[in-house]
Design a protein around this ligand. Structure first.
Ligand code: PMV
Length: 353
């Protein structure tokens, strides 16, 4: 792909104050393994969420051209060295596409709607909100702006590419989705999937709110020379093809089977990598077993997925929410740290505030 289309050369003006919100997303087909500059080894597909969001505001002032990127970053009012260095890497990567950054000082203020230490990955929403602000400052035309925002967000965190649009997005070139690309995520057209998926709820069970045991960077590295790497990437392409059909047909049994296989595969890859990681907590296993029992007893279409941690995402259509949420409250909260859960649902992506 000719990446120069993402370079903004001449700007008459820059918006000096912009504020955007972007949500987190939950991958159904997992991205795990990358190459080159933040390019995925396989395509991934996610539901964009609505309640787990980052809100980011930029103040941009012109300065005389320097060699360093000049910015201040405040997370929930405080400077944060760990986030600061991640954002520095992001700015260095996006500079070739947004050269104006070199002669501006940017003050960034960001906050999350969900607790930072909850074990919910915040990089997707944070990087998508920041990328949306940068693109908004450039005042690009709408369609192209989304594509560029996703392209830039990917350079901050791969999964962030999928948080610009919603409710269903695909990142990574696959024959199953026309227009799909390794460089940015695209929304899956609503005419390609059953409307039931627009009603999906995601209740996140906070099993372990500690810091992640393995960073995404380490996780992706684990896939280099992983004994099952080749087979995994092949499987992900096949699962994507299957899932696209399943979404179109609205086949909820097949949906459940593929979503849970993807979640368990992600953890199986971590367990069988070098070094080995077990990120599931005993309560993660208790919840998985409860989901299987409950589904067998009730025939309700609830399934689980997992991120690279112990927390469990429960996915189900709105029409069954009353019964499923009653079961969550009475049976599953006991497995959560301090009984904490986050109720979320699919949403439409980043927006201006
Ligand atoms: O975006 P990263 O580099 O933090 O990787 C995210 C990886 C998973 O969350 C485990 C899977 C995914 O596709 O979101």
């Amino acid at each position: 792909m000719n990446l120069s289309i993402f370079k903004t050369n001449f700007l008459n003006s820059i918006q000096t104050q912009v504020t955007w919100q972007a949500p987190s997303n939950i991958a159904l087909i997992k991205y795990w393994g990358k190459h080159g500059e933040q390019l995925p080894k396989n395509p991934s597909l996610s539901f964009t969420l609505s309640n787990c969001i980052s809100t980011t505001a930029l103040d941009i002032i012109p300065i005389s051209k320097g060699t360093d990127i000049s910015f201040d970053f405040y997370f929930e009012g405080q400077s944060n060295p760990k986030f600061h260095s991640k954002i520095e890497v992001f700015f260095k990567r996006i500079l070739p596409y947004c050269p104006w950054i070199a002669n501006h000082h940017i003050t960034i203020n960001s906050q999350n709607s969900f607790p930072h230490s909850s074990g919910i990955a915040s990089s997707a929403s944070a990087m998508a909100a920041l990328a949306s602000c940068i693109v908004a400052a450039e005042e690009l035309s709408d369609d192209y702006a989304d594509q560029k925002a996703s392209f830039l967000a990917r350079l901050g965190s791969g999964s962030a590419a999928r948080s610009i649009n919603g409710p269903v997005t695909v990142w990574g070139a696959t024959e199953s989705v026309k227009e799909s690309s390794d460089f940015f995520a695209v929304p899956l057209s609503e005419s390609y999937y059953d409307p039931i998926f627009n009603t999906y709820c995601d209740t996140i069970l906070l099993i372990d709110q500690g810091q992640k045991k393995i960073s995404s960077t380490q996780g992706h590295q684990l896939m280099e020379n992983h004994p099952f790497g080749v087979a995994r990437f092949k499987q992900a392409f096949q699962n994507m093809e299957k899932l696209i059909k399943i979404l179109e047909e609205g086949d909820l049994d097949a949906f459940i089977s593929i979503i849970e296989t993807e979640a368990l595969t992600l953890h199986a890859l971590m367990m069988t990598g070098s070094p080995n990681y077990i990120l599931m907590h005993p309560n993660t296993m208790e919840v998985i077993q409860s989901v299987w029992n409950f589904r067998q007893e009730t025939k309700l279409p609830v399934c689980f997925t997992l991120d690279a941690g112990a927390n469990v995402h429960l996915l189900y259509p709105q029409k069954d929410a009353a019964q499923i949420e009653d079961w969550i409250d009475h049976k599953l909260k006991a497995f959560c740290q301090e009984g904490k859960i986050i109720k979320d649902k699919v949403g439409r992506g980043a927006k201006k505030v």
